[in-house]
Design a protein around this ligand. Structure first.
Ligand code: C2E
Ligand code: MG
Ligand code: MG
Length: 760
């Protein structure tokens, strides 16, 4: 039988039990009752055998349930008043046995499933159990001693069984209050237990003459209990009944509170509203109330303690970084604040080091986030080891660590510490994945009353200095001074103005002609951007392009530049001012290449300007091939498929390897100005340029020398067989409207007669 069928049959047994119990209430006949008990006992026996075969349950749970079922059925049969006093005594003994087995079984199950807060659960359950026992004593047990016609031994047995029922209730409550997930099987078993306890209570109510309860009504719960026990046995969940179940996602606190409160209020009310009958009663009542009060006290103490512990945990987790266990930003600010407030006393200058791990993103991207976490933990560990114990180390964001030296007496101390940190990174970090070398950029700021107003200032200044360290090539230390603040403010102003520059038409293009060295003819142009600001100043692209790149504004600006440059070329060709096959070179930033729409932007610009793709050169720097090689490769490949050609700008100044040159679809190298500057008079520079040109020849790449400023340089480049050149010697970048005259002037000079390429 599969699991679903077993579940269905087990629920069917429960439903049948309910119907049978109802029928028993309606048909008040002892024979019918005996018939139902007999049937119940048989069903329990049969399901026990079936369960052992299909469910292979825990043998203790299985045996316990079977014993309870059989014992209680037998006890019901024997309890029939017609069978006489001895049978009645035997029935009470069996019923006590049922409670004992129940108690032991529940003890096993509850202790496994009690969960994370055992003492609290036990205390709550104890309150409920003690409270119900007190009510049971006052209302049922004590009157039984007066009313029962049975011998004292039978009454005592009865009392014992009812008291044990309170313990059973305690364990049951423990089970249900615990924070393990209570599956259907737990509820089935609980239903069976509760039904049988209800039966016991109804019998006691009747016998104690508290109220008259018809016999069929008193016995009906036992019928339900039997069938519920059979359902429990058959339910597939019985396999895991005694196992530690999964934790509940949220605990039913409201119900627990209602039950525990009633477990306290009801007995106190009953206690207050009834009088003690005799000394024995008084002793029992007082003892029970004292024990109950102790349980409540214990509960309160436990609640207060766990609340305090929770609060402490919350405060700690709000102030520390979960990964490294170091103080986080808010706690670090508190530490800095304390250090600043006490600094005046002993003339100290608390200092902050702002440490940023260099190229951390690369580590995450290449080795994975788990390795990234390991690196951060290793860095935290190393900082703690190399820094004096009075320094406070914190992690305030991703790869940013902050060190506070509260005892520094000046910038010198902080610099020493920073050097120590840099030096500590000369040793590799040992990770699971292997050794990893990292470096860091460190910004230092030292408290000065004239500049530092708050802890936040000190931290921010160190952060600013750290950026300067990054700009200076990383793996170094920069110390904060006020001029940095100015440049930050200025940068912010530029950022904001740049957003508006395009729509305010403050951007324009100038063009620098590129000539064929051997023929001396203009063969193409490079478009260079200019930004005329409102105040009349012109900002250099070297200044604003990096900002546009960082903020993403380069994407719309770059798209505009492309269309604008191609439109200019098309006008010049149409005006006959330049050769029909002249080319236009446009600079492209990495950010533009990563834009998924870039290929469309390029092809649309070509279409709108009516320029064939072969006449467009895109200039990218070597860094493009390193920072996000896959995306860049994909975009460049698509562009090449369009027919557009790609040039590497400023070649020789980046870090690219020759293998990348092979992998990427490249058609031209532009030899950087710094090499061209020395080509005429420095043998080293000349040797380098010669090598680059030779490499390009063998790879079939075009060469352009950038920044040619003297005739001598151009001559030498001619000798070295450099194909093309651009530079101030030939022409400065000029506005589009001046291009016609510039090209005309250049063609008047002709083929640069005295520097003619030996090939020409
Ligand atoms: P680049 O692409 O290497 O451009 C050449 C730079 O060298 C230009 O500077 C040009 O004016 C300058 N130059 C040309 N001939 C000489 C010379 O003989 N001597 C000297 N000393 N300099 C010369 P510019 O216009 O300031 O542009 C700087 C950089 O800004 C460009 O370098 C390029 O990387 C970037 N850039 C310019 N326009 C754009 C653009 O529209 N988009 C993007 N993404 N970057 C651009
Ligand atoms: Mg360029
Ligand atoms: Mg360049």
């Amino acid at each position: 039988m599969n699991t679903r069928t077993l579940e269905r049959v087990s629920y069917a047994l429960l439903a049948f039990g309910l119907l049978a119990a109802l029928a028993h209430v309606l048909v008040d006949s002892a024979t019918f009752g005996a018939l139902l008990y007999g049937l119940g006992a048989i069903v329990v026996a049969v399901t026990a055998v079936a369960s052992a075969r299909v469910n292979s349950p825990d043998i203790r749970v299985w045996g316990g349930l079977l014993a309870i079922g059989l014992l209680s059925a037998a006890s019901q049969v024997l309890a029939d008043p017609a069978r006489g006093a001895t049978a009645h005594f035997a029935a009470e003994t069996l019923s006590l046995g049922v409670q004992v087995v129940l108690m032991l079984g529940l003890l096993v199950v509850a202790q496994r499933r009690i969960g994370r807060e055992p003492l609290g659960v036990l205390a709550d359950s104890a309150i409920v159990a003690l409270g119900s026992w007190l009510v049971c004593w006052i209302l049922l047990l004590r009157p039984l001693f007066d009313t029962s016609t049975d011998g004292a031994a039978t009454v005592t047995l009865r009392g014992l069984a009812l008291s044990l029922a309170a313990i059973v209730l305690l364990l049951l409550a423990t089970l249900l209050f615990g924070d393990a997930e209570n599956g259907a099987v737990v509820w089935l078993a609980s239903g069976s237990i509760v039904a049988s306890v209800i039966g016991d209570v109804l019998w006691a109510v009747h016998d104690a003459e508290v109220a008259t309860v018809a016999e069929s009504l008193r016995s009906a719960p036992y019928v339900l209990a039997l069938f519920a026990a059979a359902g429990t046995l058959l339910h597939p969940g019985i396999r895991n009944l005694a196992a530690q179940g999964p934790y509940q996602s949220s605990r039913p606190m409201t119900w627990r509170l209602v039950i525990v409160t009633s477990g306290l209020v009801v007995p106190i009310a009953v206690f207050a509203l009834t009088d003690a009958q005799d000394t024995r009663d008084r002793v029992v009542r007082s003892t029970a109330v004292i024990v109950l009060a102790c349980a409540v006290l214990l509960r309160v103490v436990l609640a207060v303690r766990s609340n305090t512990a929770l609060q402490q945990r919350l405060v700690k987790s709000a102030q520390t970084d979960a990964l490294t266990g170091l103080p986080n930003r808010s706690l670090m600010l508190e530490h800095v604040d304390t250090a600043l407030r006490t600094a005046w006393r002993d003339g100290r200058q608390p200092s902050v080091l702002f440490i940023d791990v260099d190229r951390f993103k690369n580590i995450n991207d290449s080795l994975g986030h788990a390795a990234g976490d390991d690196v951060l933990m290793a860095v935290a560990g190393r900082l703690r080891v190399v820094l004096p114990s009075y320094c406070v180390v914190g992690r305030i964001a991703g790869d940013e660590f902050v060190v506070l030296d509260p005892r520094a007496t000046g910038p010198g101390d902080a610099m020493l510490l920073a050097d120590r940190v840099l030096e500590s990174f000369h040793e590799p970090l040992a990770l699971h994945q292997g050794d990893v070398f990292v470096s860091a950029s460190i910004g230092v700021s030292t408290y000065r009353p004239s500049v530092t107003n708050s802890a936040d200032d000190l931290l921010r200044h160190a952060d600013t200095a750290m950026y300067r360290a990054k700009e200076s090539g990383r793996n170094c230390v920069a110390i904060f001074d006020e001029s940095m603040l100015e440049s930050v403010t200025q940068r912010l102003a530029v950022e904001t103005a740049l957003y508006r520059a395009l729509e305010r038409r403050e951007l324009r293009l100038v063009h620098q002609p590129i000539i064929d060295v051997s023929l001396g003819e203009v063969v193409g142009f490079e478009a260079l951007m200019r930004w005329d600001r409102e105040d009349g100043s012109t900002v250099s692209p070297a200044e604003f392009i990096p900002i546009a790149e960082e903020t993403g504004t380069i994407v719309p600006i770059g798209a505009w530049a492309l269309l604008e440059a191609l439109t200019h070329l098309s006008e010049w060709i149409a005006g006959g001012w330049c050769p029909r096959d002249a080319t236009m070179a446009v600079n492209v930033s990495p950010r533009q290449l990563n834009d998924p729409n870039f290929v469309n932007v390029v092809s649309e610009a070509l279409t709108r300007a009516h320029i064939p793709a072969r006449q467009l050169w895109l200039e990218v720097t070597e860094n493009v091939m390193i920072s996000q090689p896959d995306q860049a490769l994909a975009a460049l490949t698509k562009l090449c498929d369009l027919g557009v050609r790609v040039a590497i700008d400023d070649f020789g100044t980046g870090y690219s390897s020759l293998s990348l040159l092979q992998r990427f679809p490249i058609h031209r190298l532009k030899i950087d100005r710094s090499f061209v500057a020395g080509v005429a008079d420095k043998p080293d520079a000349r040797a380098l340029v010669r090598t680059i040109i030779a490499m390009c020849d063998s790879l079939g790449l075009d060469t352009v020398a950038e920044g040619v400023e003297s005739v001598h340089q151009l001559h030498t480049l001619g000798e070295l067989r450099c194909a093309k050149a651009q530079g101030y010697l030939i022409s400065h970048p000029v506005p589009p409207e001046q291009m016609a005259s510039t090209v005309a002037l250049l063609s008047d000079i002709g083929a640069w007669p005295r520097i003619r390429n030996p090939r020409g």
